[in-house]
Design a binder for this molecule. Structure first.
Ligand code: PMP
Length: 354
């Protein structure tokens, strides 16, 4: 740290992203990307003509894309907010809705960025423990009188809560924002976004990074009441209005038009997930029920750290956290059938040696 760093940030603990090796020598099952390329229409849309227009700023309102998303989700354009990855939206939401007087609550085991944003914006956080088997107890969040952030499906567990339970939380915290982070909703969970028409305090965050194969394009969106979206825009237009680049915009417009392609892919991922869980089960693994494009799994014969290291040595990357509550487990992204077969083959090999 330089001597110029503001004392406000001196003690900040940053988010640690999963490894991103640039040589692609690994079967990469560690950061929940899609194994499928963007649709052919997306690839065609990012063409020489569009690259040739990079001298011009992009549309800061993202009008065409917002219209397409509004149509897809049957909401109004004023209910759609777009930003540079859903991480950016989470950051904006913490900035817009949370402060010392309006603290935030989230589960102790969830997306690692929530506590980072709370610290960054100096927001007191109530960290609510999950229950047995990493289950979220809905009653813990009812009538909390705090802003609430819940990932559904949760990360890294993959577990879900029902839309009826989300409605209870939203209903019993009417004066606070309930942010449901649905980064992984498209892999078999039910989205709560229809509730935004009924509740002014519900914000639903989604992303193009997972089900829409665009992690590298950096695009997230949120659906919420016009009032909440206006607040997020206030932050966006006070930081970086051009935060979605032209190429990502044209790619995303084509991606919304290719919805069937992505639906087909998410179905394949769900099938590969069931296959992987079953095969790991035969090898003695216990896996939490997952509706996401990853599973959280453990094996009594191997600690999470050992499994992570042995897999990495054999060219397969998975995610592991060296924290007491998580260290028996690894999180494995669900990739193509071929990738999952490589993973299973390596796991069998490792188990023979222990
Ligand atoms: N929410 C959750 C729960 C996530 O796991 C991720 C991915 N790391 C994100 C949000 C952010 O995704 P992105 O910024 O790529 O949209």
């Amino acid at each position: 740290m330089s001597r110029f760093m503001s004392s406000r940030f001196a003690a900040l603990e940053t988010y640690v992203p999963g490894e991103q090796p640039q040589d692609m020598q690994y079967v990469k099952l560690n950061t929940n990307e899609s194994p499928f390329p963007p649709s052919p229409e997306v690839i065609a849309a990012v063409n020489a003509y569009e690259v040739g227009r990079l001298n011009l700023y992009p549309d800061p309102d993202c009008k065409r894309l917002r219209k397409k998303l509004a149509d897809l989700y049957a909401v109004k354009e004023e209910n759609v907010f777009l930003s540079n990855g859903s991480d950016d939206i989470l950051n904006f939401a913490f900035m817009a809705f949370c402060d010392r007087e309006r603290p935030v609550a989230f589960p102790d085991i969830s997306y690692g960025f929530y506590p980072v944003y709370a610290n960054l914006h100096n927001v007191p956080a109530t960290v609510i423990p999950l229950r047995e088997d990493f289950r979220l107890e809905v009653e813990d969040y009812c009538g909390l009188c705090q802003n609430i952030v819940i990932a559904n499906p949760n990360a890294p567990t993959g577990r879900t809560i029902s839309v009826a339970d989300i409605e209870k939380i939203v209903q019993t915290n009417p004066d606070h924002v309930v942010l449901i982070d649905e980064a992984y909703v498209d892999f078999g969970a039910e989205s709560c976004y229809p509730l935004i028409k009924k509740y002014e305090n519900l914000l639903v965050c989604m992303t193009f990074s997972k089900s829409r194969s665009m992690a590298g394009g950096r695009l997230g969106f949120a659906l919420g009441s016009a009032a909440l979206i206006e607040d997020l825009n206030k932050i966006k237009y006070s930081t970086n209005p051009y935060n979605i680049n032209r190429l990502t915009l044209v790619a995303a417009e084509a991606a919304v038009d290719s919805d069937d392609y992505y639906k087909k892919n998410t179905k394949i991922i769900a099938e590969n997930r069931a296959y992987t869980v079953e095969e790991l089960g035969k090898l003695g693994f216990t896996t939490l029920p997952s509706k996401a494009n990853f599973i959280f799994t453990s094996c009594p014969k191997l600690s999470g750290g050992n499994l992570y290291r042995e897999l990495k040595r054999r060219g397969v990357l998975v995610r592991y956290w060296n924290k007491p509550a998580l260290q028996n487990h690894v999180r494995i992204t669900i990739g193509s059938k071929e990738q999952m077969d490589v993973l299973l083959e390596k796991v069998r090999e490792i188990l023979k040696e222990v």
